[in-house]
Design a protein around this ligand. Structure first.
Ligand SMILES: Cc1cc2nc3c(=O)[nH]c(=O)nc-3n(C[C@H](O)[C@H](O)[C@H](O)COP(=O)(O)OP(=O)(O)OC[C@H]3O[C@@H](n4cnc5c(N)ncnc54)[C@H](O)[C@@H]3O)c2cc1C
Length: 454
């Protein structure tokens, strides 16, 4: 987050540098290394109507993507921002891949709540692949990233226009630095998933007993400074839990790749107390997380070795840390989690019938074309318990990425993008849509700030 010269921003990925829009830019970052949650993300980015989809004969459209996002968000989403997101998603993905040269895997995936395969993953399955390329581009263009420099608040002129910011270096936290922003400031300080006090005020269930997948940098001070100057708070209690997390490891860990990418499409989630399924494993994150919380204890994500092979994801680290465990028989799996063997076998055989008939009459899970019965040993399993993963609440913006005040008018000179923005995802964000959002609105914010749009 930050400023000086013409323009200031918080995340290097946001494309607002000399090379593209003629502004001089400084990026402020409070941590030692730049990249925030983006760096540790799985790098999944969603976009419809792409060349990768066409090559695989996948039918998709911007309208279908729009419907999926709205449905997952329970229509609480700000529709004009969602429209902007879906209309510019492909272009944003292509910008990252073709213009910046970020390497993406040659695969297209479907994750819970999407009704078409439209999710792409960067090489190494890590946001660090994306961030590294963005930092290189900044270097090529001479944009400074001032690390260990914390944004503390805004400077305004007497008309209310943002003309600069106050910051402090980690080395001398009491010494305030004033930075001028001739054209604008872009707020891109991320979410508040790791800010226990702030998130607990929005949702009292989310106290310190619930872990988070976020880095410790995901705190709300920059957002609160924006509210202090009149920025509009939007849906702050819309805080997403990741249903694919495990209580057997800290943070995001290695288990989610197994649960989200293998079990949810091809396997089952079992309540160990009943031995039965209780949810459509491919439902959106909110539905699956709520179902887990309602169960009241960790549940078991299970798949067979055919699913692991078919999905093609490397889960060796999860196996090494023993978050995911293997069992030679279903009986062994059942005993390990205190499940009745007889009931588990019935549950699996009913699920296998659903797979062969192509219809899950119990929970309405979409049966994918490549799906097969859960029957090939060894069987793989992991304990599931949700963690705070993403916040959909934040400050209000308009489609030009201008921060709006409580009356809905733009605050001159201030733009925002990324997880700090509220309202796009409504009640629940679909997987892979946060990075799309960062790219689409980050580019818009950078462009408009550089052109001093107001
Ligand atoms: C483990 C994990 C996996 C994920 N996987 C995916 C995925 O595959 N696909 C997807 O779409 N989404 C994913 N997400 C969500 C997604 O990564 C985030 O929503 C997105 O990266 C947020 O980007 P951002 O730029 O808004 O914030 P961040 O990337 O968090 O960057 C914000 C930056 O601002 C800095 N900052 C904050 N406050 C200040 C301040 N006061 N002064 C100076 N600097 C400040 C922070 O230190 C940080 O570097 C994942 C999230 C996590 C935690």
């Amino acid at each position: 987050m930050g400023c000086s010269g013409d323009l200031a921003t918080a995340l290097p990925g946001f494309h607002c540098n000399r090379g593209t829009a003629g502004a001089s830019v400084i990026v402020l970052e409070k941590m030692k290394s730049a990249g925030g949650n983006s760096r540790i993300s799985d790098s999944g980015i969603a976009a419809p109507e792409t060349d990768l989809q066409s090559a695989r004969g996948i039918t998709d459209s911007r309208d279908l993507f729009y419907e999926d996002i709205m449905q997952s968000g329970l229509n609480l989403n700000q529709a004009d921002l969602v429209r902007m997101l879906v209309d510019h998603a492909r272009e944003a993905f292509e910008w990252s891949r073709d213009d910046l040269g970020t390497a993406y895997l040659d695969r297209v995936d479907i994750f819970g709540g999407h009704s078409a395969a439209r999710c792409y993953t960067a090489e190494k399955i890590s946001g660090s692949t994306i961030i590294a390329r963005q930092l290189e581009r900044l270097k090529e263009q001479g944009v400074a990233v001032k690390r260990e420099t914390r944004f503390c608040g805004y400077v305004q002129d007497k008309t209310g226009r943002i003309t600069g910011i106050r910051a402090a270096a980690a080395a001398s936290p009491d010494k305030e630095i004033l930075m001028r922003a001739r054209r604008g400031v872009v707020l891109a300080s991320g979410g508040y998933g790791a800010d226990v006090e702030f998130r607990r005020r929005q949702d009292p269930r989310l106290d310190a007993s619930i872990d988070t997948t976020n880095r410790s940098s995901a705190t709300a001070e920059a957002l609160e400074a924006t509210f202090e100057i009149g920025g509009q708070p939007v849906q702050l209690s819309s805080i997403q839990l990741g249903p694919w997390a495990s209580p057997d490891e800290k943070g995001f860990g290695h288990g989610p790749r197994f649960a989200d990418y293998i079990v949810f499409p091809y396997g089952v989630i079992i309540d160990p107390a009943s031995g039965r399924r209780f949810v459509n494993e491919l439902a959106d994150r909110k539905r699956v997380s709520d179902a887990l919380l309602n169960a009241g204890h960790p549940c078991i994500a299970a798949a067979d070795s055919a699913a692991v092979a078919k999905a093609g994801w490397d889960i060796s680290r999860a196996l090494k840390t023993r978050v995911v465990r293997t069992y030679d028989t279903l009986d062994a799996l059942a005993s390990a989690y205190g499940i009745s063997c007889e009931i588990l076998e019935k549950t699996i055989s009913r699920f296998n019938e659903a797979v062969s008939s192509g219809r899950d009459a119990d929970f309405g899970k979409p049966i994918l074309e490549q799906a097969g019965p859960v029957e090939t040993p060894p069987f793989y399993a992991m304990r599931l318990w949700p963690k705070v993963h993403h916040v959909s609440g934040g400050v209000g913006i308009n489609t030009r990425a201008q921060v709006i005040n409580r009356e809905g008018d733009p605050i001159p000179g201030l733009y925002a993008a990324g997880e700090v923005v509220g309202g796009i995802h409504g009640a629940n964000r679909l997987g892979s849509c946060a990075i799309t959002e960062c790219f689409v609105f980050g580019r818009e914010a950078g462009r408009n700030a550089a052109m001093n749009v107001h």
